[in-house]
Design a protein around this ligand. Structure first.
Ligand SMILES: [Zn+2]
Length: 303
């Protein structure tokens, strides 16, 4: 069965129960969320009652808890230790985030490996390894999934070899997994039209069993551009057919696929005038037929 969903919100008021409701409204059977705002580290206290309510909602809607994904905030940067204070803060925040994930029962946590800023790739990789060895404990159930990056600025992990070296350096290797992102792979220079070749290479270098999550996004930019700007499914440079080959790939059958595509509409500062595309993108993916009027359909549905 296809396991597909999108990024959804997690608000202080309804917490995970609200996230499940949003995911269900899109026809999803999985979803990903930040435990607060993605751009900051302010986090609310988790409510036991809301978590229980969420568990019941998951059960009622046939969503498996172990397919849910948490995304660590993207301001966390483990690759740069120039400022010791923020490096230490990132480490302690991630420890807490793992605690929160365990309380919610979520076992997949996606993490952007980070940017080396004024150092170099080597130092960046070493910093991530050191941090992960401080963060990861032997008995944790949460798996840290390092995301494949586009190589924007000084980002690391735009190459398989970077991921391989981080995993090799971590003490508890079974706690580290990988999250593929199709937009990032395209922008890093990997051809999604030849995705099976990529999987072969991944298997040879890292081992295909390390893939725990796939972010399915089209890209606004050409292959190798190192940009990282997501586009709606079928509207970018990767295209619908190539993305379907990823989504329905037999070797990734049991892995959750998460859409992080942009909201549709003309953003003018009013959040009420942009609309989530996920319900329509998921429908299109299930039908395996591209809908060229997708964006108009979304606007008409929500306005
Ligand atoms: Zn992603």
């Amino acid at each position: 069965m296809l396991i597909i969903g999108s990024h959804v919100s997690f608000g202080a008021k309804e917490q995970l129960a609200g996230s499940v409701r949003e995911a269900v409204s899109y026809g999803s059977n999985t979803f990903m969320f930040y435990t607060g705002a993605p751009q900051n580290t302010k986090r609310c206290k988790l409510s036991y009652d809301l978590t229980l309510e969420a568990r019941n909602l998951l059960y009622d809607n046939n969503i498996e808890l172990n397919n849910l994904v948490i995304h660590a905030p993207y301001i966390i940067n483990l690759a740069n230790n120039e400022n010791k204070e923020s490096y230490e803060f990132a480490i302690s925040f991630l420890k807490e985030e793992i605690e929160r994930a365990s309380m919610l029962g979520v076992e997949i946590m996606v993490l952007h490996p980070g940017s080396y800023v004024r150092f170099d790739v080597e130092t960046g990789i070493k910093n991530v390894i050191n941090a992960l060895n401080e963060i990861i404990t032997k008995n944790q159930t949460v798996k840290i999934c390092l995301e494949t990056m586009a190589g924007k600025g000084t980002e690391i992990c735009f190459k398989l070899e970077h991921l391989k070296r981080i995993i090799d350096g971590v003490n508890y290797k079974d706690k580290v997994k990988v999250c593929l992102d199709t937009c990032h792979l395209n922008d890093a220079g990997y051809d999604i039209n030849r995705f099976d070749d990529y999987l072969d290479e991944f298997d040879k270098i890292i081992g295909i069993d390390k893939i725990a999550c796939v972010h399915v996004n089209d890209s606004k930019n050409p292959i190798g551009s190192k940009k990282d700007r997501h586009e709606n499914i079928g509207f970018g440079t990767i295209g619908f057919d190539a993305l379907l080959k990823v989504i329905y790939n037999e070797r990734l059958k049991n892995i959750p696929k998460i859409l992080e595509t942009p909201y549709v509409g003309n953003y003018d500062g009013d959040k009420n005038r942009i609309y989530p595309p996920y319900r329509f993108e998921i429908e299109m993916i299930r039908k395996k037929r591209f809908n060229p009027n997708l964006k108009d359909d979304i606007r008409n549905y929500y306005k």
